[in-house]
Design a protein around this ligand. Structure first.
Ligand SMILES: Nc1nc2c(c(=O)[nH]1)N[C@H]1C(S)=C(S)[C@@H](COP(=O)(O)OP(=O)(O)OC[C@H]3O[C@@H](n4cnc5c(=O)[nH]c(N)nc54)[C@H](O)[C@@H]3O)O[C@H]1N2
Ligand SMILES: Nc1nc2c(c(=O)[nH]1)N[C@H]1C(S)=C(S)[C@@H](COP(=O)(O)OP(=O)(O)OC[C@H]3O[C@@H](n4cnc5c(=O)[nH]c(N)nc54)[C@H](O)[C@@H]3O)O[C@H]1N2
Ligand code: SF4
Ligand SMILES: [Mo]
Length: 694
């Protein structure tokens, strides 16, 4: 392993659990990782780290970690084997499946931690290409696929996501995001709460749009505007409508850099603040006041996250987020929204023509690039050409994709399920072969996650801080070992494989950085901060170089949007509660539950008045039912919620015990947004009743 640390050393490294990539110092003694501490000398993250990042030392030493390859035997149990035996098992089964059904019978799912793993992601994707795997699923369609689709349509590239210029902004609208808990997404700011607090201290106003009064305002930053779930698109349409009425569009910016603004105006036409009041639950006066504030504030910015993404119309909603910034002249300006490049210009590499972005499949038209997660069980159980082998890397789709019960049945039908993970998770518990990966302190890496979305971009190399324990292997090696087993060209054919070749090239061509020097210094290298005044020249990749204010590919979605509005208006008082979910401070998706006060709880939080109306009290056992499934849990009274909304943490059933809200979410036809394949996961109507078993 290059750079593995010797005895009694402090090794500079960084965390790869979430997006800020906080700098850490690893204390290594006698080849063992002893402690992780915040790196106070880090030029960007400056000693910030959260408890999850520091507790990753426990993940490294956790006796529950996978140490050796496992193969399921005739007795139904998993047995320790060598890498050669595990690969022979996979190779034998895969070859039989491909011989009988072709490579289209192989599917794959790539989970969230792979996006934090520079070599792992690149080489796993290469391996899937080598094996001819067409049906690829990922955490992306449960997380952010709407953002890729919207940016591709508006800016001509899926990779452009301008971020608020927090240090200089005077008004920041934060939609469907909980920075205190999650440290934000598609927006890398170390200690984002501290940064927001500093901005608030100099007078910046933060407005959080959320069905819950989230923790961030409690910490002295801003106010919450409560919104009914899954209605962001209409709130944003009304905000733009009222801004336009006030003359807030910047006609010269729009004329110079935009096209189809008439289409945008026609879309927002029906949505005055008064018209959306009942559906969004937001007082018309609140929207008008926000519109006035936006027009009157020269430095105004906006950011949206998973709460907005997971509605039925995430692409249209994110389109309007871009529009709010662009048509009012706040994009590419100080204190507005800016886009940085990181160590390579990712806007260019993400460029694509939205007109050619969709393909015909047996499930209808789908966005090219990745299948909707909510069609995974259908692709195994209901397809004319079923997936028979699945390769799952760094993911727990059984728990993270809606519809666990159906997925369990589908995975049970597979002729081969391979899981590459650091733990035996719920998904790998069903696998035929489980392969033990290295964790983030056992592999060398580069902070690739925040390229293009970082407020203070830096690039840093970390060595493998310690050698891999037992038989754990890095993903790049596993990918190429499998290619080799399948008789495909593989890096391992060479005596001195160089998994870094592509990243070495990207670093050099993108920012003139020499990988060897980066490896040698261990220092984070600072890159240019997002520069105002360059966006339209460097980041827009539409055919005519203009920002598309109403892409023609949205036509059907716009018609659907108007129809859904009429339906939602009719359903406002139907008496059902609306389920939302999200994160808490201790859990990280399904795989970390660090220091969680009560690991066994995933209660349903209810507003006191909603609980009282059902005769329920804190701690009562309940059954929660939707049109798609049911679960049992207990009530937690929570007056931070909007009336009529109930909340659960997601990821339950993994490292933390407890119910998983995905049992209540839709799958199959109608469960994903047609434009982006993003799953519909928020604002799900449910009924709650005292548990009949009590
Ligand atoms: N109801 C509901 N569902 C959701 C969400 C929600 O808000 N609500 N959120 C969605 C979102 S945003 C996301 S990103 C997805 C996450 O979906 P997934 O990525 O499928 O799920 P995770 O729980 O993150 O599982 C990650 C797995 O990777 C393993 N792992 C960790 N580090 C490594 C490593 O270095 N190498 C390897 N090979 N494995 C590793 C962990 O042990 C774990 O088993 O879930 C989505 N599902
Ligand atoms: N502690 C912790 N941090 C994490 C993670 C974790 O599991 N735990 N996961 C990481 C991952 S993979 C991701 S993607 C990021 C996500 O980061 P965030 O997007 O900030 O995720 P959440 O903290 O769940 O915040 C989502 C918010 O959306 C609100 N919401 C729900 N429905 C709606 C809606 O319809 N409209 C609006 N406007 N709001 C709505 C919820 O109340 C919630 O406060 O967090 C990352 N950081
Ligand atoms: S904020 Fe995220 S990147 Fe930073 S230490 Fe915590 S988990 Fe790691
Ligand atoms: Mo995510």
């Amino acid at each position: 392993m290059p750079g593995t640390a010797a005895r009694g050393q402090a090794v500079r490294t960084f965390c790869r659990i979430c997006e800020p990539s906080c700098g850490l110092v690893a204390s290594v003694d006698d080849g063992a990782l002893v402690k992780l501490s915040p790196d106070r000398d880090h030029a960007v993250t400056k000693g910030f780290a959260c408890h999850k990042g520091l507790a990753a030392v426990d993940v490294h030493h956790d006796p529950a970690r996978l140490d050796v390859p496992l193969v399921r035997g005739a007795d139904g149990a998993l047995h320790a084997v060598s890498w050669a035996e595990a690969m022979a098992e996979i190779g034998g089964r895969l070859r039989a499946i491909v011989d009988a059904h072709g490579s289209s019978a192989i599917g794959a799912y790539l989970g969230n931690p792979l996006a934090f793993n520079a070599l792992g992601e690149q080489h796993m994707v290469e391996m899937l290409r080598g094996l001819g795997v067409r049906r690829r699923f990922s955490a992306g369609t449960q997380d952010c696929a709407n953002k890729w689709a919207a940016s591709e349509a508006v800016f001509g590239t899926r990779s452009v996501h301008p971020i608020p210029d927090l240090r200089r902004t005077d008004l920041c609208l934060v939609i469907g995001e909980n920075p205190r808990v999650s440290q934000t997404s598609f927006f890398s700011v170390p200690n984002v709460l501290g940064e927001m607090r500093r901005s608030a201290g100099r007078g910046a106003r933060f407005v959080f749009v959320n069905p819950r009064r989230i923790e961030t305002p409690e910490r002295g930053v801003g106010d919450t505007v409560l919104i009914r779930p899954d209605t962001d698109v209409w709130f944003l349409a009304a905000l733009l409508h009222e801004i336009d009425r006030l003359g807030g569009f910047d006609e010269s910016v729009v004329a110079r850099h935009g096209r189809n603004v008439d289409g945008l105006r026609s879309f927002i036409g029906p949505y005055q603040a008064d018209a959306v009041g009942a559906v969004t639950g937001i007082e018309p006066g609140t929207i008008r006041e926000l519109a006035r504030a936006w027009v009157d504030t020269p430095r105004a910015s906006v950011h949206a996250s998973t709460g907005l993404n997971m509605g039925r119309q995430g692409t249209l909603a994110y389109w309007l987020v871009h529009m709010l910034s662009f048509v009012t002249g706040h994009l590419d300006t100080e204190g507005g929204n800016l886009k940085s490049d990181g160590f390579y210009p990712n806007a260019r590499s993400g460029a694509g023509d939205p007109q050619r972005g969709y393909i015909d499949t047996e499930f209808g038209k789908l966005r090219r690039g990745g299948m909707p997660g909510t069609l995974l069980s259908h692709s195994i159980l209901d397809s004319a050409e079923p997936i028979r082998a699945m390769i799952v890397v760094a993911g727990n789709p059984l728990l993270s994709i809606p519809g666990e019960r159906r997925l369990r049945e589908a995975f049970g039908r597979l002729e081969l399920l391979v899981s590459v993970d650091i733990y035996l998770n719920a998904t790998s518990g069903l696998a035929h072969v489980v392969l033990p990966a290295t964790d983030m302190y056992e592999r060398d890496d580069l902070n690739v996650i925040n390229v293009g979305t970082s407020a203070r971009p830096f690039v840093q190399y970390t060595p493998a801080v310690v050698a891999a324990k037992a038989l754990r292997r890095p993903e790049w090696w596993i990918a190429h070992r499998l290619l080799q087993e399948m008789g495909q060209p593989s890096l391992l054919d060479s005596e001195q494989p160089d998994p870094w070749a592509k990243l070495r090239y990207m670093l050099r061509s993108g920012s003139g950085i020499d990988l060897d020097e980066l490896q040698h210094s261990g220092e984070p290298v600072l890159l240019p901060e997002p520069p105002p005044g360059t966006f339209y020249d460097t980041q827009v990749h539409t055919p005519d170089g203009r920002v598309d204010c109403c892409p023609t590919t949205f036509a059907a979605a716009i018609g659907r949007c108007h129809r859904l509005f009429a339906e939602s208006a009719a359903a406002v008082d139907d008496g059902r509660l609306l389920l939302i979910h999200g994160r808490d401070r201790w859990m990280h998706n399904s795989w970390i539950a660090s220091g969680r006060p009560d690991r066994s709880r995933a209660p349903l939080s209810m507003h006191p008045a909603d609980a009282a109306a059902l005769g329920l009290a804190d701690g009562d056992a309940i059954e929660v039912t939707s049109d798609h499934g049911e679960l049992e849990t207990t009530v937690a009274i929570d007056d931070s919620l909007m009336r009529g909304v109930v909340w659960m943490v997601h990821g339950g059933g993994g490292r933390a015990e407890g119910a998983n809200p995905n049992a209540l979410l839709p799958t199959g036809a109608g469960s994903y947004e047609p434009l982006s394949s993003q799953a519909h996961m928020t604002g799900i109507p449910v009924t709650v009743a005292a548990s009949s078993e009590c």
